[in-house]
Design a protein around this ligand. Sequence first.
Ligand code: SF4
Ligand code: SF4
Length: 342
Amino acid sequence: MPRIRVPQSFSAGLFLTYCCPSACRHCLYACSPAWPADWPGLEELEACLAALSRRLRPHPWGPRTVGFNYGLHFTGGEPFLNFELLLDGVRLASEYRLPSLFVETNCFWCRDDDLTRDRLLALKGAGLHGLLVSVNPFTVERIPFERLERAIRLGQQVFGRNLLIYQVEFYHLFRQQGLQGTLPLEDFLTLFGPRAFAGTTELLLAGRAAYRLQHLFPVHPAERFLAQPCPTPLLRNWHNHVDNYGNLLPGFCGGLSLGHWRDLDRLETEGLELQEYPILKYLISGDMAGLLDLARAHGYRTRPAGYISKCHLCLDLRKCLADQGDFRELRPREFYKHLEND
Ligand code: SF4
Ligand code: SF4
């Protein structure tokens, strides 16, 4: 497998930062207030949007309709930490006719109706098509539920059916409970038990969840995961991310980079020279045992406590390798510092 082409993606999330006022225990990208903001410059942002505009496809109902896996969304980290940049980004994305354009937020900023409505109207005026509000037991640990409700109520007024809630099951659960203010995860678990993560709700045991939620899930030895496929394909043509450092992040795999977005044309046509990216080579070929051997050669010892998922094992191996070596595919390096302690 000397070279592998990166599939052209028809939907993408664009990080404006990894910085976030929350530090959710399940965050796939280990975001937190401890990250430097490192906002992209406008020229960089415009060039990136121009490159994405040649690739992204609209929702089947048209370019002004939003959906989780169509077109472009601004995300992070928390994009509303720099509202002026977000507004400029939306204007530029609109000029480049990026389809199905929405912003994802944890609503920390929705402190009153006037401010919330003004910002949503300004974004709509700049060309934004919709808003995604994150609702789950981890964001409400730090963000008062009233702010989420406010964003949803006013977001529906401004964007109509283009107001998305992820995850709507938790929104209804919290409303039924009459939740006010924040709710520590321990209290949530006392009320609902770990069953609340079963059924239709989605919780990927990857990113920070692998470390901060491991006490909630059964653990297994590394061997159990060596032959398991990835929970979602590593190389796919939908819902990938580009971060504020230019990294092309496959799927939901935080801390793993397929290269820089400026190289997209080459990566999609000529492909990646896998010999230069040993970690990607093992992961793309499904050779987890090979990755384990590589990590062992760099001093890795398997965890006596075991692992809750294949992504947990994968992350733990990559964390060791990021610490001990200089692998270009382990970007941003900062990610590995923010997994456990923030
Ligand atoms: S999951 Fe969202 S709200 Fe929570 S830390 Fe990550 S980016 Fe911030
Ligand atoms: S095992 Fe690793 S490469 Fe596969 S989906 Fe999980 S984090 Fe990504």
